[in-house]
Design a binder for this molecule. Structure first.
Ligand code: AHR
Length: 493
């Protein structure tokens, strides 16, 4: 029996729109070719930004964009990316494919991109190979109005007004590519860096500490204990993978039933991670002043055959759409603590929402999930109790290697209407769901469904959300028939 009980009058918090955020790194074809093609490109652009990509991201209401990394952030020196392009420093991107980075996309370009997208910028600064002064001056360059040498440099580069950038990350994966630090050491470094990142008039910073990898609960414990009072948020990274090991991941489009559920199981693990990290945070911050930001999440598969292994280019199937549906429902349900999340990565890298090939663009099934879920942004999350069974690789009484809830869901209320997003995680069985919700008025639905291994490509894009009518009104709610491997959004007036 699958039953969802919604209580629209019992709010569990506001779903911060930034939960629907994205992440773009100087990695492979994410920035160069994917977002930025330069003013002289034959590909239609505004100030160098691809018009088709900007339009696709605006259509899903992208609220915030994280940049410039990722591992790249801790090798990035912002001064290299300002001023006349022809004299910008060239470097080799040693993290990602050893390609030449000519710094033609820098601070001004990123903020122009955010202006076109109408989204908040989230800048991740360099701690690993940077200095306190470097980060402090980046904040000054962007946010100060004072007549200083740094601000005069901004004026000389064509920008009079400060941008007032709010979201600042202090290092990325400082436990790994960001410096291989111990949590005790990083906690002290974080305290030092954040001290000199000043709040300029009208620009109060939101300071974000580098958080844990997956289930490294000790990292969160140490950071909260030693630096919790100096931060506005702490991060968490968790990617969904299949296969025997990190170096030997499964393929994006070729997988069997076991690998399908293995990936979904890994995505659903986000719930346990957020719950446990939040419990630690609750002990140091019971008022929930400090937010949890999952600023890297999504599927991570083998790169597509014939592509640069350092570019992390992968296709994106209905299975990945299910990962997005499961994960976004988890974030909605934890909106009392999760204040932002950033899918990795926007274009052409890992679980992208759009893929490009020259002047062509394709919207992935993941893009359609973000489109289906966008009504949740800034809505009130409401009680949404899900009773369902587990699909598992049962081994006797044990669940085996994977076990996944058949139905996942979350609900919110905005402007008097309930939005219910749900997914049938079964690869091959339809499910009937009873939705108990008081006062059902007009109901509208949209669905994304297809074979688990179906994907959109440049010559054929079979997957798109379509109107959904597979529900019947009952006296106490709805009866909904969900096809296998489907994501549905219902608006209940
Ligand atoms: O998103 C790709 C990489 O994954 C990022 O650069 C890094 O932060 C993480 O390990």
């Amino acid at each position: 029996m699958n039953r969802i009980t919604i209580n629209p009058s019992r709010s569990t918090g506001t779903i911060n729109r930034n939960i629907y955020g994205h992440f773009s790194e100087h990695l492979g074809r994410c920035i160069y070719g994917g977002i930025y093609v330069g003013e002289d490109s034959p590909i239609p652009n505004v100030n160098g930004m691809r018009t088709d990509v900007v339009e696709a991201l605006k259509a899903i209401g992208i609220p915030v964009l994280r940049w410039p990394g990722g591992c790249f952030a801790d090798e990035y020196h912002w001064q290299d990316g300002i001023g006349p392009k022809e004299s910008r420093k060239r470097m080799v991107n040693t993290n990602w494919g050893h390609v030449v980075e000519d710094n033609s996309f820098g601070t001004h370009e990123f903020l122009e991109l955010c202006r076109q997208l109408g989204c908040e910028p989230y800048i991740n600064a360099n701690v690993g190979s940077g200095t306190v002064r470097e980060m402090a001056e980046w904040v000054e360059y962007l946010n100060s109005e004072g007549d200083s040498t740094v601000v005069r440099q901004r004026w000389a580069n064509g920008r009079q007004e400060p941008w007032g950038v709010k979201y600042w990350g202090v290092g990325n994966e400082s436990w790994g590519c960001g410096g291989n630090m111990r949590p005790e050491y990083y906690a002290d470094e974080y305290r030092r860096y954040q001290t000199y990142c000043r709040d300029y008039p009208g620009s109060k910073l939101y300071r974000i500490a580098c958080g844990a990898s997956v289930a490294d609960y000790n990292w969160t414990e140490v950071l909260m204990e030693r630096a919790g009072r100096y931060m506005d948020a702490i991060t968490l990274h968790h990617y969904s993978v299949t296969g025997p090991g990190w170096e030997n991941k499964g393929k994006a489009t070729v997988f069997d039933k076991s690998e399908y559920y293995e990936l979904l199981n890994h995505a659903a693990y986000m719930d346990e991670l957020v719950t446990n990290h939040s419990k630690i945070m609750d002990r140091y911050d019971p008022e929930k002043r400090v937010g949890l930001i999952v600023d890297e999440w999504g599927s991570w598969h083998q790169v597509e055959d014939g592509t640069n292994p350092g570019f992390l280019y992968q296709q994106n199937t209905m299975r990945d759409a299910m990962v997005a549906a499961i994960t976004l429902n988890i974030f909605n349900r934890h909106c009392d603590r999760v204040v932002m999340a950033n899918l990795a990565q926007t274009v052409n890298v890992l679980q992208s929402v759009v893929l490009t090939d020259g002047d062509k663009l394709v919207k992935t099934p993941t893009w359609h999930v973000f489109d289906l879920y966008k009504a949740h942004q800034d809505a009130q999350a409401v009680d949404c109790y899900v009773e369902t069974d587990r699909i598992s690789e049962a081994k006797g009484k044990a669940e085996g290697k994977w076990a996944v809830d058949r139905i996942t869901a979350s609900a919110s209320v905005k402007d008097g209407a309930v939005t219910l997003t749900m997914a049938n995680c079964s690869m091959d069985e339809a499910a009937t769901v009873t939705v108990a919700v008081p006062n059902t008025g007009k109901v509208e639905g949209h669905i994304l469904t297809g074979r688990a291994d179906a994907y959109n490509d440049f010559d054929d894009s079979p997957l798109a959300a379509a109107p959904f009518t597979g529900f019947t009104a009952k006296r106490t709610g709805l009866s909904v028939k969900l096809p296998p491997c489907s994501v549905v959004a219902l608006t209940i007036a």
